[in-house]
Design a protein around this ligand. Sequence first.
Ligand code: NAI
Ligand code: MG
Length: 352
Amino acid sequence: NEFRIAAIPADGIGREVVAAGRAVLDALQAEGRFALSWEEFPWGSDYYAEHGVMMPEDGLDVLADFDAIYFGAVGWPTVPDHVSLWGLRLRICQSFDQWANVRPVTFLPGVESPLRKADGADLDWVVVRENSEGEYAGLGGRNLAARGPGGEVAVQSALFTEVGCERIMRFAFDLARTRSRRKVSSVTKSNAQQYGMVLWDDVFRRVAADYPDVATESVLVDAMAAKFVLRPEDLSVVVASNLNADILSDLGSALAGSLGLAASANLNPEGRFPSMFEPVHGSAPDIAGQGAANPVGAIGSAALMLAHLGLEAEAERIERAVAAATAQGVRTRDVGGSASTDEVTAAVVANL
Ligand code: NAI
Ligand code: MG
């Protein structure tokens, strides 16, 4: 039970929350049931300022030898966002074929949500995001037909393959079978986007036939946004394309109380490459360096990493410790408390 973990805190609060997640993992491994050997990489926007690239040329080769990657967040006002994102996070996700992005929407005791009061009924669903193609395939270009000043044209295409659709849907159905509510909701905008998203719908119908024990629905993304707010109890597993799931999962975590609560796993389910675990949120320049970042999303991502490494019981202990800490009222500002990142982290460790 020894694992090599690459930590990439990157930018802004990414550094603060990665430190928090590591502190929780280190407290747990001190009990001796597993061992993590960490290596931390200083890649990100500061690295870019010095070297002109977000990560070194051989960075992917270096990462390939690790059992998992623990990531903070990338993006800082000194570097254009599309450069920083493509230069680091998307580069890793795409090169390591991390085609399944799992984003549970977790409602915690003591955290008030717009959907339910702090002591209200349980809600829980998980967004499964196609993480390798779709709207983030990187296809397109600018200046395709510049028609003089003010006439630039840009094209941004979405890529959908039958293989890509089918594998993410099977992943979603398999996940649904592990949950008390066996249901998969598929999200598209296939009324307006008549090629890729219609292919998605076709594949969804075909795959669903192999899972007669799992309930299904197909919902347009605009209607699904409303459903997240109005009928969340009707959801269990929500599977969607790269862009749609990106938006819906931020909505889901905001509905649970804060973007800072949401954890995610970027999985290469075949295990050919390391998978990457990171909070859903970004680098939050508006609160970076203040010790105010909510570490719960990053700590939850650490739990997802342990579960991926086969340490399910340890992962559950982290999740219970987080719930115990928020129930005790130890919460950061974004969820109505006044505790610092370190205080929340210490409370989680104390509740392990
Ligand atoms: P953001 O997620 O960084 O922040 C949005 C809002 O949520 C801010 O008001 C922030 O203070 C708050 N927030 C986020 N995480 C929080 C936490 N843990 N605790 C308390 N409050 C939290 O998104 P934004 O502002 O759109 O992007 C900032 C930078 O992050 C940009 O450069 C963007 O490209 C990058 N980004 C990176 C991601 C990644 O590395 N996976 C994901 C999303 C954005
Ligand atoms: Mg996002």
